[in-house]
Design a protein around this ligand. Sequence first.
Ligand code: F6R
Length: 242
Amino acid sequence: MNLLKFDSTEKLNEAGAGIITGLIQTNRRAVLGLATGGTPVGIYGEVVASYRRGLVSFKEVTTFNLDEYVGLPEEHPESYHSYMEQHLLRHIDLPREQAHIPNGNAADLQEECRRYDALLDKAGQIDLQLLGLGHNGHIGFNEPDHALISGAHVVTLREETRQANARFFPSLADVPTQAITMGVGTILKAKMILLVVRGADKAEIVHRALTGPITTDCPASLLQTHPHLVVLLDNEAGRLFP
Ligand code: F6R
């Protein structure tokens, strides 16, 4: 594991974006696994800035998002489809058909999970998987449980996850109760994992995930088993690391 701490969000964002664009510069057909949420917004901003400066092109890149809410229309401002459009896709030259996000409005959600896994299989290994971290140790929407599921699946969001995400919605009642998420098996198959964590409120969970027991009660603890894990922390989230 390579853990880097930054004394400002700007530096962390630049470092994260540099890892992503550097990969694409060396492999123009890179397959990226992408995250949403508050954490990567600034990283995407820096990636877009690099694209605008002509440092990188996404024409042959393929992306797979980790997750999408079930039942939220794609055009809803808080759907992960809208998020990706707003923060990345509309600003870069990635052909839309190469950007994959689970369809949370599919008539048959189980079939949609199978379709998503088949697409991932066809694309081969994810070269770089970007991850944020939930306060309860979730990655993607793989919530703490007695067992974790390897492939894409429908998940019922934990109450604490809905509460954490309520900040993006008018009220808690508006936060969807289910999502489709990429499974932990798929996440761990990525060649490289880039975990980004910010804020004092995540200091304990990131420390527990990376140094505590490996357990399905903290899905992110499985990242300890990954041979190529890079962790970017701001000083607040990294408080418990020397
Ligand atoms: C998002 C995702 C989630 C978030 C996590 C942290 O696609 O899969 O695991 O990364 O909930 O969210 P933020 O960054 O909003 O604190």
